[in-house]
Design a protein around this ligand. Sequence first.
Ligand SMILES: [Zn+2]
Ligand SMILES: [Zn+2]
Ligand SMILES: [Zn+2]
Ligand SMILES: [Zn+2]
Length: 520
Amino acid sequence: MSTELITDTLNELSLEGIEKSYRIAEAEDVGRHIVLTKDVEQGEIIFQDRPIVTGPARHSEPVCLSCYRLINLNPQKAPTDPEAPVPYVACPRCKWPMCSEECTNHARHKAECFFLFSTGCRINPGDTDSLYDVIMVLRCLYLKNHKPEAWKELVNLQSCEAASMDEELVDRAEKVANLICGTFKLAESFSRELVFEMCSRLETNSFEIPWSQQGVAIQGVYSIGCMLEHSCIPSAHKTFNKDLTLNIRAAYSLDEGDAVSLCYTDNLWTTAQRREHLVYSKDFICTCDRCQDNTENETYMSGLKCLKCPDGFYLPDNPLDCATNWFCYKCKAQAPKGYNDMAESKVSEAVSKLEESGLTVPACRKFISTYSRVLHPNHAHMLDVKYSLLNILGHSQEFMMESLTEQDLKEKEDLAICFLNVASKVLPGISRLKGTSLYELYLSVRQRAILALNQLDKVDHSKESIMGLIRTAGIHLQDCIDCLQYEPEHRPEGRLYKAALMERQNLMELLINVENKFKN
Ligand SMILES: [Zn+2]
Ligand SMILES: [Zn+2]
Ligand SMILES: [Zn+2]
Ligand SMILES: [Zn+2]
């Protein structure tokens, strides 16, 4: 089938009776991509997509191949809590470790089970966690003879040329090909070239799907989802349901003709980090508006403190050129040659050390005060540590919410406001960053009201000032609820949404408390 024909067919495929709000367009620079055919409101679903194929990602902890529950390959250890890995059950046909007999018969496990059983290969359960790379590829190959429609969709996805596959990917593809064509004795059915092509296609097109259990990493390939173009300031918000359906919503109000985009890298990294990661993982050179703008939409996320003037920062002259000169935007002084690379490697080393030794409130504070002499307050590494601090202040043993001083609360508020400001510039509209920051901001303002109320016999706070704090907290709480309402229940942000809904009641009780105190 020609590319145009497939694009046309996909354009015609719409959910019965529902008017589609997008079409698949083709352009020389970005290839196939998705464009809106009507205006959509913030939060409105643009499309939902069922995966063609899913499987464990290579860096996943041992999981059941059907339900993706963590499994314990060491049967001596009994699970202690419901979140803990469960003892495994070997599949009666292929011996692959699964969570239960029921899961060994699940449709999702059919592909690898069919191949291994038919060639007489049996798996040694203890060796499986290094074999996850091969599952996704076997599941793709299975489609060829068993689900031709899905196979057509799969081979229609973009892939990078064999010649431009990076070394690491070639290495992995080599291992997968050795397993499939050698160990698993499937060389007669599938050539090494086909296995290589599958590995490359998966690398370019699969989405990492966040899961409920920590340590589980799942990937999935989506026929429409894969066509979403990348932007370092995305227009769409993505979530995955528990059944792995992909939901794409408008992150903010979008107009007919607008492109629907996602960010395929970490939105809070510097331009150099994001672009390097995109080249490495997606074989794609980003030249989006944010990448071209050395201020990164006025966040200064790559900014380094100028050595010549008190309040200027060095920025790359041409952010699309990694060998560019860096200049201070205030005094125009040029940074010493190689200064940016040296600063980057020194600071990332310090961040790794900080993470290794445990993220504590004092350690994060020390990092922030030390590196504010080198980095812009919004520098990616600064944001990294600041986000940790925002989330441990009030939620760690020595810094529980009730024990925070006014100064701690002010610090927490400033951190939350910093993230709301950054989110508004690089993740406009709905985002998990905005929602979680709003929740922490709400907690701080509410705590300030409680603190004021408790001090009434010592400090002369007016009823109006305390009511004002509660009203402000209520506004942040509602904004948080509005922002997190799309998050699925099995994810931390979905659980935070539920907690935010419950907080409404707490806030109401606080209000009554204030009324009563001032009555006496
Ligand atoms: Zn299972
Ligand atoms: Zn099996
Ligand atoms: Zn970009
Ligand atoms: Zn300067």
